[in-house]
Ligand binder design. Structure first.
Ligand code: CTP
Ligand code: MG
Length: 230
């Protein structure tokens, strides 16, 4: 089935504390965004990549897509929004009619593995919605506003959500329509589907599929790249 990939890359990267937005930082010779998109190029039936970015980086992003995408994949760059969810909505508006599955993947997760993307696509074809994640290594505490602990959910049931998160296009479109109508925002896309009462499948991904968020993550990333080269 024909697939489209949405890459939100319009964030400012406040926690990274760098002048350049995270996806456009260089990592051992090429940008994080280039590494991330490249991980999806081998995916069967991928027909379209839409990147949401800032106005200022629109042209650079178009050039990158032209350079790295093969002829059978259409590349598009759109201006993102104030929240990740708005960036994805803008990208979703540009998805071609033929697409059956839509993959959403953070621009700053360059270490996702092909086998996990495939497994997640398979689950999304069966269930309608699926995401990658890993069992939480740490016990998770649910706090109140004063940082007092309210409860401790059993660790074995806590998983960390990653991307890609993959959906049947109609389902994702409907979820976005409803979220907008009801002014609901969340930090991931699966939440919007869960909210509709629709099942979402968790697929176990890899420990290396980290979201580059803090300065120390760049040091980790350099180590991972060196290790993968060996
Ligand atoms: N993102 C986006 N549009 C926004 C906010 C975030 O497209 N308005 C993208 C980021 O560029 C990133 C992904 O969503 O690729 C995951 O978000 P996050 O890691 O939180 O990145 P930032 O929002 O840029 O970082 P921070 O929260 O530290 O400011
Ligand atoms: Mg953010």
């Amino acid at each position: 089935d024909p697939k489209a990939l949405i890459i939100p890359a319009a964030g400012s990267g406040s926690r990274m504390r760098k002048e350049t937005p995270k996806p456009y930082l260089m990592l051992e010779g090429c940008t994080i965004l280039e590494r991330t998109i490249s991980a999806f190029i081998p995916l069967a039936s991928l027909r379209q990549v839409v990147v949401a970015t800032s106005e200022a980086l629109l042209e650079d992003t178009r050039d990158l897509l032209k350079t790295i995408l093969p002829d059978h994949i259409d590349g598009l760059a759109v201006v993102g929004g104030a929240e990740r969810q708005h960036s994805i909505r803008n990208a979703l508006d540009q998805i071609a009619d033929e697409a059956e599955l839509v993959l959403v993947h953070d621009a700053v997760r360059p270490f996702v593995e092909h086998r996990h993307i495939e497994a997640c696509c398979q689950a999304a074809s069966e269930v309608g919605a699926a995401l990658l994640g890993v069992p939480s290594r740490d016990t998770i505490k649910h706090l109140d506003d004063q940082h007092m602990v309210r409860e401790t959910p059993p660790r074995s049931q806590m998983w960390q959500a990653q991307t890609p998160q993959i959906f049947k296009k109609e389902l994702l479109t409907e979820a976005y329509r409803r979220a907008e109508e009801e002014d609901f925002t969340a930090t991931d896309d699966a939440s919007l589907i869960e909210r509709m009462g629709h099942p979402v499948k968790m697929v176990e991904g890899g420990r290396m599929n980290i979201k580059l968020t803090y300065p120390v993550d760049l040091e980790l990333a350099s180590l991972l790249i060196a290790k993968n080269r060996k």
